[in-house]
Design a protein around this ligand. Structure first.
Ligand code: C5P
Length: 397
């Protein structure tokens, strides 16, 4: 798949640097060669000896190494590759890249390259969520830098959340996609995500506990396999992924319109927790207590079922995937839902309070298709997303 390709791998200084060793092996297994660059901080976590031995190549470390300059200057080094990969990409490396700094070999190569750059961020959750990192990522995204991960999970520092470097296998998939070989390249996938908000009056709304985590992870996984993704999201807690077309909506009806506008697509994955009902007698002014103790009466109307509309519409994507969040008889309800809505697959999960799934970082799903019910073990939402994206790629192949 990557036969004959040459990857310049910059290993930054984070605890995830140990995963770069596995990454080197997997890149080579896919047929590509690795030219490793180790930052000074990176060398605190993995040794040049192990990196060089695994890569079977010289490890570049110093900008002012005269031998290197005589053999191969940094400009040439940065351009002889087909793709530059930064893994782990620390907050500091991302900041340097966004600022155009060139004060060591890695940052100089990144500034001098004429090739695409793929970064696999890895850092503490607070650093990842810091406004400065968000800003730097937005700049890099605007510059065309590709990203893979980070994943949610437990971190070496003991905290929990997004910031763990993507698994080496996922990085290899992203490398394939970046080099045009992703199994979903040329495909368009629409993903809905998050909750919807249905207004009661100008300051109040009815919503649900969906964080948007699973939908966001699925959009990112599809993107990593090379798909062009339109991500239609309600007001979610989790930030949308970079590198996808984001359409922000609030209500179910807005979401339905945005999805329709995004078609045609090769596949649609509807992860959004769409409100079933909207308030038809929503007030144009803030509702006030009048002191009488009489509570207002809200009247509801059913919202459009976006999944059913897409699955039965004239621009039906080849593959339509729905989700079913249930609290009882998960498989039976999900099978009935699949038939009722006319979709191809249903990803069913148990969202009873005890499972911690709604709003949590893990998921345990059953995939229901023509082939029956396939139970997946409990795993991170990122891993569920990757598996599902690979299945989608197989189905569209
Ligand atoms: O009927 P239920 O809400 O359980 O169905 C869940 C599936 O249908 C999810 O894939 C959800 O995104 C989708 N759905 C939708 N529009 C609705 C309600 C649900 O697209 N109004």
């Amino acid at each position: 798949m990557l036969a004959g390709k040459r990857i310049l791998l910059i290993i930054g200084g984070g605890i995830a640097a140990y995963k770069a060793l596995e990454l080197i092996r997997l890149i080579q297994k896919a047929g590509a060669s690795v030219v490793p660059v180790l930052t000074r901080a990176g060398a605190e976590f993995v040794t040049p000896l192990s990196v060089g031995a695994l890569a079977g190549a010289k490890v570049y470390q110093d900008l002012f190494d005269l031998t290197d300059e005589a053999e191969m200057g940094h400009i040439q080094l940065s351009r002889a590759a087909d793709l530059v990969v930064v893994a782990p990409a620390t907050a500091d490396l991302l900041a340097k890249m966004a600022g155009g700094r060139a004060d060591d070999l890695a940052s100089t190569l990144l500034l001098a390259t004429d090739k695409r750059v793929l970064v696999a961020p890895a850092m503490n959750v607070r650093m990842w969520e810091h406004a400065a990192t968000r800003r730097n990522l937005a700049v890099l995204r605007g510059d065309g830098v590709l990203t893979v991960g980070p994943d949610d999970g437990e971190m070496a520092c003991g905290e929990y959340g997004p910031g763990r470097m993507a698994e080496p296998a996922a990085i290899v998939e992203a490398i394939k996609a970046a080099l045009g070989g992703g199994p979903l390249s040329g495909r368009h996938v629409v993903v809905t995500s998050g909750p919807t908000h249905e207004p009661v009056d100008p300051v109040r709304y009815i919503a649900n506990r969906s964080s948007g985590a699973q939908g966001t992870a699925i959009a990112a996984a599809l993107r990593d396999l090379g798909a062009r993704v339109t991500f239609v999201t309600g007001p979610a807690v989790v930030a949308p992924p970079v590198g996808v077309m984001v359409v922000r909506v609030e209500t179910a009806r807005e979401m339905a319109a945005a999805v329709e506008a995004a078609l045609p697509a090769d596949a649609a994955v509807m992860t959004a927790a769409v409100a079933d009902w909207r308030v038809v007698n929503a007030s144009a002014q803030k509702m006030k207590k009048d002191g009488s103790g009489k509570a207002p009466v809200l009247e509801f109307a059913e919202n459009p079922d976006i999944l059913a509309l897409v699955a039965t519409g004239s621009s039906r994507p080849r593959l339509v995937v729905g989700f079913a969040a249930e609290t009882t008889d998960v498989v039976a309800h999900a099978m009935a839902k699949r038939a009722r809505k006319g979709c191809d697959w249903i990803v069913a999960n148990d969202v009873s309070p005890g499972t911690g799934i709604m709003g949590g970082t893990e998921n345990e799903v059953v995939l229901i298709s023509d082939a029956g019910a396939e139970a997946w073990p409990r795993m991170g939402k990122g891993e569920v997303a990757r598996r599902l994206a690979l299945k989608i790629a197989e189905a569209l192949a």
